[in-house]
Design a protein around this ligand. Structure first.
Ligand code: NI
Length: 170
């Protein structure tokens, strides 16, 4: 089932999400819906708060559904290692229409649980490292625009405010 993606300005996106303590049918269904919603968008990552659920669940697929084994599901992820730097254009399904260059580590190792509750550790580089950091940020109430200079961030925020006023940000 597709779920609506909540946009910048929504409270659930602004606060840290809660750890998953139990993997029940509700979590499994949520993850299935997140996968469907991410592929439909299409996007390379999605975090539970982006569909209005404040739980520490994130998914990534840097092939955007092109390759079957690229889907990675993390519950309660933690960054255990970062290395290097990359500076690339980034966007967000919750801030549609805006992109900006963001500095991220070039390599990231994440540890957490998979959807069976088994501990997994995954190393990502390039786009996957970027996606890991971006989705981790969502679980902590942080947006990619929070990494920009005040001037660049303020410009985007003002444009969004204008869209909100015109009723074009729902
Ligand atoms: Ni995002």
């Amino acid at each position: 089932m597709l779920r609506p993606i909540v946009k910048y300005g929504s409270k659930v996106l602004e606060k840290p999400s809660k750890p998953v303590t139990n993997i029940t049918d509700a979590e499994i269904k949520l993850i299935q819906d997140m996968v469907e919603t991410m592929y439909k968008a299409p996007g390379v990552g999605l975090a539970a708060p982006q569909v209005g659920i404040g739980k520490r669940i994130m998914i990534t697929d840097t092939s955007a559904g092109e390759k079957k084994d690229h889907l990675i599901t993390f519950l309660n992820p933690e960054i255990v290692l970062t290395e290097g730097e990359q500076y690339e254009e980034e966007g967000c399904l919750s801030i549609p229409g805006f992109t900006a260059e963001v500095i991220r580590p070039s390599k990231v190792v994440l540890r957490g649980l998979d959807l069976n509750g088994k501990e997994i550790t995954v190393e990502g580089s390039g786009l996957l490292a970027r996606a890991f950091c971006h989705e981790m940020d969502h679980l902590n109430g942080v947006f990619f625009i929070d990494h920009l200079s005040f001037i660049k961030r303020d410009l985007i925020k003002r444009k969004i405010r204008r869209l909100v006023k015109k009723g074009e940000w729902e």
